[in-house]
Design a protein around this ligand. Structure first.
Ligand code: ADP
Ligand code: MG
Length: 320
């Protein structure tokens, strides 16, 4: 039997040499790896050992692979291979040398170097571009798939050390073209679910708009929105959309920007933006590309992740 990559530091997995553990979510482990013949490392995602025999999860994982392989956009994680080795399914994707937005927000609070609003809005605009590409993705036959991400959270957004912002983890993405999502299947991180998802109603892409609204709110105010309490209390708070006005936390936010955020966070989907693109354009007047851009993000990352960026630079010297 093939050893599980969690057991050893480096091992061979099919065509891949697994180098180190990069991170984990609820269902998967992700490793730094190198495919035979490649000159760059990649990220290899696999179901956790204790989950690998769960048929429903395996099904979701294969759907994730199918969806990921179809997507091609600079703001969506690029997946180039998926398959199975010794009964273990994997997804191979571009490695983002950087941190998740969740880690960036934690570090920014710890170092007391607040993410400047133009940087935050630049990152949001990149996420919205990725989200729009996902929502409008078509299959090989040209048919719109009607994808919904369903898990737009800071843990699934990647910020690279060179300043790119990329949406990843299509693990619970849903293909509407194959039928409505099962409202009873509670998926996605609770604190980022839309009210209609919490209430067990049918969802569409506007649930992702709500998720993007929470991310926007959190990154601009540097506070978690739906965090404290039991799952039930959280779900109650989301269902009632109990949201303090952003300006009560950050008085410097303009009224216009506050209104734009609150529109994404409307309780009823019909009161939100119709598309991620519409939200993108609504936010555009509130930030400057002179201030918010990949160079600025790279400089910010180098400031708050000093050691990590140094290590990354040293590692970027090509290995033999
Ligand atoms: N392409 C990648 N490059 C770098 N790190 C990654 C990549 N994909 C995932 N990770 C790391 O692994 C973690 C879990 O990955 P994710 O795809 O979100 O798995 P899950 O479906 O279990 O939530 C991420 O939060 C991140 O820390
Ligand atoms: Mg995840």
């Amino acid at each position: 039997m093939a050893a599980s990559p969690e057991e050893k530091k480096t091992l061979q997995f099919g065509d891949y040499t697994v180098v180190e553990h990069l991170g984990e979510g609820g269902m998967c482990h992700v490793f730094r790896a190198r495919r035979k013949g490649d000159s760059q490392d990649c990220a290899l995602k696999m179901l956790k050992d204790e989950r690998r025999n769960d048929e429903q999860l395996r099904d979701l994982f294969l759907t994730e692979a199918d969806i990921a392989l179809l997507l091609d956009h600079p703001n969506l994680i690029h997946t180039f291979d998926a398959g199975e080795v010794a009964g273990r399914y994997y997804i191979a994707m571009e490695l983002v040398e950087g941190r998740t937005l969740g880690q960036v927000m934690v570090r920014s609070q710890r170092t007391k170097v607040q993410i400047p609003p133009d940087f935050a809005l630049y990152m949001l605009s990149e996420i919205l571009e990725g989200l729009h590409a996902l929502h409008t993705a078509v299959g090989k036959t040209g048919r719109p798939l009607g994808l919904i991400h369903r898990d737009v959270t800071p843990q699934n957004i990647f910020v690279s050390f060179d300043g790119r912002v990329i949406l990843g983890d299509f693990g619970v993405a849903h293909i509407q073209a194959y039928g409505a999502a099962d409202p009873n299947q509670a998926l996605g991180k609770i604190g980022y679910l839309a009210p209609e998802a919490v209430l067990g109603e049918e969802i569409d892409r506007r649930a992702d708009i709500f998720g993007a609204g929470i991310v926007a709110y959190e990154i601009l105010t540097e506070t978690r929105l739906f965090e404290s309490g039991t799952d039930e209390q959280l779900m109650q708070a989301i269902a009632e959309v109990r949201i303090p006005r952003p300006r009560s936390i950050e008085p410097w936010l303009s009224k216009g920007l506050e209104n734009a955020l609150m529109k994404a966070l409307a309780k009823k989907p019909k009161d939100r933006y119709e598309s991620a693109e519409a939200m993108f354009y609504e936010l555009e007047p509130f930030w400057s590309k002179q201030l918010g851009n990949p160079h600025a993000i790279a400089a910010y990352m180098a400031g708050i992740f000093r050691e990590e960026v140094k290590e990354w630079r040293a590692r970027s010297v090509p290995r033999k």
